[in-house]
Structures are given as C-alpha cells and as structure tokens.
Design a protein around this ligand. Structure first.
Ligand code: NAP
Length: 242
C-alpha cells in the first residue's frame, strides 16, 4: 500500500491534510507529539468517511524518537511504502529577538528545520529506490517575507524553503518531487489570540484562510498532475504577500 505520512496531523492544517489525502485513497499515518485525543479524533474522522489511518507518535525534533517510530513502522510493513510525506509539524514562540530566550530560538528551529531533516531522510531512501514520491513542506509567509517578532520562525521557515529547493534538484531524476507551500493566516489553534478583525483588513481577500483550502493545495502537489512541479514554494495567503 502507498501511504501518506503527515507530521502534526492531530490538529489544524495537518488534520485537514490527513482527511483530504485519505479521501484521495491514501492510508494515512497521523503523526503527533502530545495531543493523543486530537490525533484519535483525526483518525476517527478518517475512519468515519471510509478511509484508513494509523497514529504514529514522535517528536519530529528528536532524531532518535523519529527514527525509532519510522524505522519501526517500516520494519512492521515490509510490503508498504510511504509515497507522500507532508512535513507540517510546526510551532511558534514569538518575541522580539532582543528578548528571545535560547530555548525559544532552538525549539522552533528544532521542530521545523531539524524535523524536516529527521523525517525526510528516513522516508526518502525508499522513495529513491522506488523512483516515486512526493514531499511537501509546510513553510509560511513568514519564511518568505520575514515578520518582526518571529526571527526564529522566519529563519526556520526560510531555511525550510531553501532546503526544499536544494533537495528538489537532488532527487528530481528519481521522480521524487519536493515542494513547499507558504500559507498566510489560516484559522487554527496557532492563530488563536491574534486580532483577526484588525489583521484581515490588510488581507486583500478580507479573511483568514481555512485549513481545508491549504489541504487542497497539498493534495494537488501530491497528485500525479503535479509531476512536473518541483522545487517550488507556492503561497496561499489571500493576496497578502507575493
Ligand atoms: P496547530 O494547529 O498549532 O497544530 C500544530 C500541529 O503540529 C499539531 O498537530 C502538533 O501536535 C504538531 N506538532 C507540534 N510540534 C511537534 C513536534 N515536535 N513533533 C510532531 N508534531 C508536532 O498549527 P497549524 O496552524 O495547523 O500549523 C501547521 C503548520 O502550518 C505549521 O508548520 C505552521 O507553522 C504552518 N503555518 C500555519 C499558519 C497558520 O496561520 N495557522 C500559517 C503559516 C504556516 P500535537 O497536537 O500533538 O501538539
């Protein structure tokens, strides 16, 4: 079976991606780090719509944990293959750089950037052998433009976009595509507490995006129709920045 692995699939954008890929026929590996209840909800929603889901708990920022979970799954599923990887897990720990504690700098980079490295290496080798694969990295407008108060997050997402472009060129001849997406404001737990009424005045579309709209873009990049798109970073932000 050709599986999709979605990191941070328990909530928000990751959950919507899990549901959308399951609807496209992929059995889905729903990764999460701590929120088991929400991860179970994602799996139950997939099952209720006739799909298949398995939970896979690991912290993408911890190499040993990630490796144990993914190689353990691969050993238990010798005839299966992770054909779609969505590196979606991410956090923000905002503050001005002058006040930023080392822990907040490192945690954000560990999750987004080391998480990309830890997960992708393990999933990539079988893709190269099979000459088939789709890797989609969830970056951010913050990684393109840079946002004040987010030097850690902007650095992590900007690094992820650059890594996407580099890896795409390494693996294109093996028919593995690697793309990034850069969402603007999307309505999830991550933007809880932001002043939506004030912020949406600056968005040409005059609203925040929905996780399902991001999932539709990821599903397209995962599809056969996107076979000739690689090394791209596609914005999805209601016109806020291009
Ligand atoms: P969210 O609602 O806060 O969900 C974050 C997800 O990431 C959860 O499933 C969480 O798992 C998981 N996660 C966090 N740290 C992890 C780790 N170390 N290992 C494994 N999983 C981890 O966030 P979201 O808004 O859906 O964001 C998803 C992605 O989109 C992130 O990369 C974010 O940076 C990006 N993004 C979001 C927006 C936005 O406006 N929402 C805009 C641009 C980009 P638990 O449930 O177990 O905590």
């Amino acid at each position: 079976m050709n599986y999709a692995l979605v990191t941070g699939g328990s909530r928000g954008i990751g959950r919507a991606i899990c549901l959308r890929l399951a609807a496209q026929g992929y059995p889905v590996l729903v990764n999460y780090v701590s929120n088991e209840e929400k991860a179970r909800e994602t799996a139950a929603l997939i099952a209720a719509s006739g799909g298949t889901a398995e939970l896979l708990k690991f912290d993408v920022g911890i190499a040993s944990e990630t490796s144990a979970a993914i190689t353990g799954w691969q050993a238990a599923h010798p005839d299966d293959f992770i054909g779609v990887l969505v590196n979606n897990a991410g956090i923000r720990r905002d503050s001005l750089l002058i006040w930023m504690e080392p822990g907040d700098w490192h945690k954000v980079l560990d999750t987004t950037l080391n998480g990309f490295y830890n997960v992708t290496r393990l999933v990539l080798q079988p893709m190269l052998l099979k000459k088939s694969g789709r890797i989609i990295n969830v970056a951010s407008l913050s990684g393109l433009k840079g946002l004040p108060g987010q030097t850690n997050y902007s650095a992590a997402k900007g690094g992820l976009i650059a890594a996407t472009k580099a890896l795409a060129q390494e693996v294109a001849r093996k028919k593995v595509t690697v793309n990034a997406i850069a969402p603007g404001f999307i309505r999830t737990d991550m933007v809880d507490g932001l002043d939506e009424a004030a912020l949406k005045k600056d968005i040409p579309a005059q609203r925040f995006g929905e996780p399902e709209e991001v999932a539709a873009l990821v599903a397209f990049l995962a599809s056969p129709d996107a076979a000739y798109i690689t090394g791209e970073c596609i914005s999805i932000n209601g016109g806020l920045y291009s």
